[in-house]
Design a protein. Structure first.
Lengths: 342, 342
DNA sequence: CTGAAAGCGCTTACAG
DNA sequence: CTGAAAGCGCTTACAG
């Protein structure tokens, strides 16, 4: 730290000061920090030395203003503490950083109103792209994002906007597989457990599951309620088991729900999994592989989603166009479901 | 959307254009969006109408440049997908937003090198404050943050920097309580389980636990290894139980480790908790209350930490000074530990 | 209460 | 390769 820096106290040093110390123009300083700019090795080194001495850091606010590119990517998300979303957030934020972006997180909740406020902030900071993981934006504000040249990427939202990139998971196929596996395991009285939230993803899993069962002349008991959490699953398990005809297999639309179901069924009703009752989940959260659960489930294609998202963020704004891409959620076979007839 | 907005395509509207449409000066537009600025109700309304019509959003990049306050708060964090950190991130991001801040997440890992890159970005975006949840910053870069007038808040880092706000948890008290409870439950052969990561927090819990035991003339077996995860706990449980003198009580420095220990001990060695072996954890993650575990543990004071952090972020830069604050982690009594002698 | 003007810290044609 | 100048989109004294 130079004397000068110490005297300045609580202030950032500017390119101007660096230029003075290095004995060059402001332009030269700028070029020294712009990859590919035409500058001689010698002046670049002089600038770098002066910058290091003064503790100079390019002001990205000003740079963004000139370049019309802030370098910021916004993530609109709710329920960050949830296993699946926190994993997605982890992957996404790391990958975006590696691509040179700064990631801003907007903890928005699902309420459309909050999502709108989040998108507004996205516009305020001139984000290069915004990625919506939860909630559904108003059409009007979404359009403003697009018209401002912002890339808009919706993950598992199932709403279609023009010029928007949609990324989703093949819920239909997974749900059909779940139905098939339950039949193949010789289970006779399937049930579906979901939360009362009804996001597009959860509803798709439910509907395709019930439909697949119907094709095989089976009907399922449906339990829906509460938030998408362990406790709801526990309650579901408890209530289903006290029915006159309790189910012998459960497709829980989320692993968190599945864990709750398993615990209720085993601990309160002394049933064995998978013999008395089979359970299958969705997400493949860490806990699904814990030996207390060892849950058969479908794995969220987090890596594929992340890689594709980064590609979309990096595309030139001229190339922006509506697209939608679906990734498969592969089955993870574990022990919570009987494989064949008993 | 006005015709004009449609024609502009992929460009943000500026205060200039709003001023023209509203028939006022640029200054008036600025005042309309500055709480407390002196402006008549009438012109404010005219401006607001014009802004809405054009889809205007104040450019926070430019505003930050003038105000010398970006409104951005950075969170430097690793292992976002982990239950405790994702919860802290959830609380912190929400509270900071409610305080009017934009939160930037820097997924840094623990490596000092990465932390340095993260802090550099923090400076690039002229963040008002940066909060370090993981890893330890170099002194030099930390000083640059402070000298630039940035507030620097370290949570559970235990390193002391001048002018830095330190927030930590009373690990000593919790660890002593753990030792005391194990003795009171009549356990004779305690063990300590930790990861091989050795963060200041984990080490503090370990050292104070061992120290408290030593005061009571007890020694503990120590198992340390792997990342701070379920699998490490499972391995610890497995290896400890195959010892010639296996422990009858375990203080796992983290709930994730504790869950792993419990599963290994019960499923692979058919031991009962808490009768054959008592387990106590730390963090009170969601899974600790799941009925498969029902883990006695200490609750991370996430709300208190969050509230205090926001207060520190909001303090005037003139008031910045070193401080450190410790919050207690209250015991959550559940069933994984015997309460009294058998 | 209001507008003209200066300035925040950068980048980028434009000449040389 | 280099510098002087214009300009990005705002805010804030300064007069009126």
């Amino acid at each position: 730290m130079s004397e000068a820096a110490n005297r300045r106290q609580a202030t950032f040093v500017s390119a101007e000061e660096v230029a003075r110390l290095a004995g060059v123009s402001r332009s030269a300083v700028s070029r020294a920090f712009t990859p590919g700019a035409s500058i001689s090795v010698e002046t670049r080194q002089r600038v770098e030395a002066a910058a290091a001495q003064l503790g100079y850091h390019v002001n990205h606010l000003a740079r963004g203003l000139m370049r019309h590119e802030s370098g910021i990517v916004c993530l609109v998300v709710a329920d960050i503490h949830t296993p699946y979303l926190s994993r997605l957030l982890d992957y996404l934020s790391r990958a975006l950083q590696e691509a040179g972006k700064a990631v801003m997180v907007l903890n928005a909740g699902r309420a459309t109103k909050n999502v709108e406020a989040a998108l507004r902030q996205t516009l305020n900071y001139r984000a290069d792209a915004t990625i919506v993981l939860s909630g559904t934006p108003y059409r009007s504000i979404a359009r403003q994002c697009l018209e401002s040249g912002q890339r808009l990427i919706l993950i598992n939202r199932d709403d279609h906007f023009e010029q928007t990139v949609g990324i989703s998971v093949d819920h239909a196929k997974a749900a059909q597989t779940a139905a098939m596996l339950i039949r193949r395991g010789g289970y006779r009285r399937p049930a579906l457990v979901s939360s009362g939230i009804g996001t597009p993803s959860l509803n798709a899993r439910r509907d395709h599951f019930l439909e697949a069962l119907r094709m095989a002349d089976l009907t399922a008991q449906v339990w829906e309620g509460g938030p998408t959490a362990y406790q709801s699953g526990f309650q579901a398990g408890t209530e289903l088991m006290t029915l006159p005809e309790p189910p012998d297999a459960v497709f829980a639309v989320t692993d968190l729900l599945a864990c709750g179901v398993m615990d209720a069924v085993r601990q309160r009703f002394n049933k064995r999994v998978p013999d008395d009752i089979g359970v299958i989940g969705f997400d493949d959260i860490d806990q699904a592989s814990w030996s207390s659960y060892d849950l058969t489930t479908f794995s969220q294609p987090v890596e594929a989603i992340t890689a594709y998202t980064v590609r979309m963020v990096e595309q030139k704004s001229a190339e922006i166009q509506a697209s939608s891409r679906t990734f498969e959620a592969p089955l993870i076979w574990r022990s919570s479901l009987r494989a064949t007839l008993p």
